[in-house]
Design a protein around this ligand. Structure first.
Ligand code: SER
Length: 319
C-alpha cells in the first residue's frame, strides 16, 4: 500500500497547470490541506480558497520553511520554464528546472516526505526518436535545454526513488490545452492562443506549419491523469518519474478546421518561427501502454469535444 497524502504543497500554482491542479486538489483533500505557492501574485481565487505562500524554488530555505510550517508530506512541483523560453535563456531554464527540482527532492528526502510529483514532457524526445507511437522505452536525446532538463529530472527522480526510497512520480505531459490560465513560453502554446484569437479577432497567425502534428491533451484529462498517478498504489508502478502519457494528436491545420466548424469566418495564417524546429524534434503520437496497464489511464477528450468545451469555457469568461 502507498502512504496517504494529507498535506500538499503545489509549486508553480499560478501557472497553466498549477492554477487548475490546485483547486482540484483542494476539492479532494480539503482547502486548508493544499498550500499554493508561486513567485507570482496569485489570482484571488487561489489566495482566498486556501493558504498561499510566495516560494521561489531556487531558494531552498524558503521551500524548507513552508514545508515545515504547514507540515507538508507531498509536493506537486509544477514550477518550471517551458521550451521556447528555455531556448531564449538556457541558463535560466537550467537554474529553475534543475536547481528547483534538486531543492525540492533534497527537502523531500531530508524530511522523509510521502511523495513528490515532478512533471516531465514530450520534450524528452529528440530528432532520433521514432515519431509515431513513440514507445515508453526509446531514444532520449533532446536538442532543447528544456528537454535536457526534463530527461535529467526523470533520471534524478528515479535515482531518488531507488537510492533513497523517495516516492517520486512523473508524467511526460503532451502540450496542454486549457481555458483558465495561458501557458507561458512553450512550443505548444499556439494550440491555446488560437482559441483566444479566433474569438477576439477571428484571425490568428500560427507560429508552426499547418502540417505540424504534436501530442496534446485537454486540461481535465491532464488533471485526472496527474491525480490518478499520484493516488495509484506504488506496488502497481513499473515506472516512476517518466510515464508516457497520451491524449490526442492533431495537426495545426486540423485544429483550425475544427474551430471553423464553430466560427466559420475564422482565418489562420501560418508563419513558422524558431519554435518550428523545436516542434519538428518532438513526436507526433505517443504510446502510453504502461500508464494504461499500470494505473488504468484512458483519456476522455477527442479533438471535437475539446474544441467545443474550450470555446464554451472561453465565451463564459467573456473572451
Ligand atoms: N508544452 C510544453 C512546451 O511547449 C511541452 O512540455 O514547452
Amino acid at each position: 500500500m502507498s502512504k496517504e497524502m494529507k498535506r500538499i504543497l503545489v509549486t508553480g500554482a499560478c501557472g497553466q497547470i498549477g492554477s487548475e491542479l490546485t483547486p482540484a486538489l483542494r476539492a479532494r483533500y480539503g482547502n486548508e490541506n493544499v498550500v499554493a505557492s508561486d513567485i507570482a501574485e496569485p489570482p484571488p481565487v487561489l489566495r482566498e480558497a486556501g493558504p498561499f505562500e510566495f516560494v521561489d524554488v531556487t531558494q531552498r530555505e524558503r521551500i524548507e520553511e513552508v514545508v515545515d510550517r504547514y507540515k507538508i508530506d507531498t509536493i506537486f512541483h509544477m514550477a518550471a520554464i517551458l521550451s521556447a523560453t528555455g531556448e531564449k535563456d538556457p541558463q535560466l531554464a537550467w537554474r529553475v528546472n534543475i536547481g528547483g527540482l534538486y531543492n525540492v527532492l533534497e527537502v523531500a528526502r531530508e524530511r522523509g516526505l510521502v511523495r513528490v510529483f515532478c512533471p516531465s514532457s514530450i520534450a524528452v524526445f529528440g530528432p532520433e526518436t521514432p515519431k509515431e507511437n513513440t514507445p515508453q522505452e526509446t531514444v532520449l536525446r533532446p536538442t532543447t535545454m528544456y528537454g535536457i532538463t526534463k530527461v535529467t529530472g526523470e533520471l534524478l527522480g528515479n535515482y531518488y526513488f531507488h537510492r533513497f526510497g523517495l516516492d517520486v512520480r512523473g508524467l511526460r505531459y503532451p502540450g496542454i490545452i486549457s481555458a483558465e490560465t495561458m501557458p507561458g513560453g512553450g512550443t505548444t502554446d499556439y494550440a491555446v492562443e488560437i482559441f483566444y484569437e479566433a474569438l477576439r479577432h477571428g484571425r490568428y497567425t500560427c507560429f508552426v506549419r499547418e502540417d505540424t502534428v504534436l501530442p496534446m491533451m485537454y486540461m481535465p484529462d491532464c488533471i485526472r491523469a496527474t491525480i490518478m498517478l499520484m493516488e495509484a498504489d506504488l506496488s502497481r508502478l513499473t515506472y516512476h518519474a517518466d510515464y508516457n502519457l497520451s491524449g490526442l494528436s492533431f495537426s495545426a491545420g486540423e485544429l483550425v478546421a475544427e474551430i471553423k466548424k464553430h466560427i466559420p469566418d475564422f482565418v489562420c495564417e501560418f508563419k513558422p518561427d524558431f519554435r518550428q524546429q523545436i516542434a519538428d524534434s518532438w513526436p507526433r503520437t505517443i504510446d502510453d501502454t504502461p500508464a494504461r496497464e499500470d494505473w488504468g489511464w484512458a483519456p476522455k477528450y477527442d479533438l471535437a469535444a475539446m474544441v467545443e468545451d474550450m470555446l464554451a469555457k472561453l465565451r463564459e469568461k467573456g473572451v
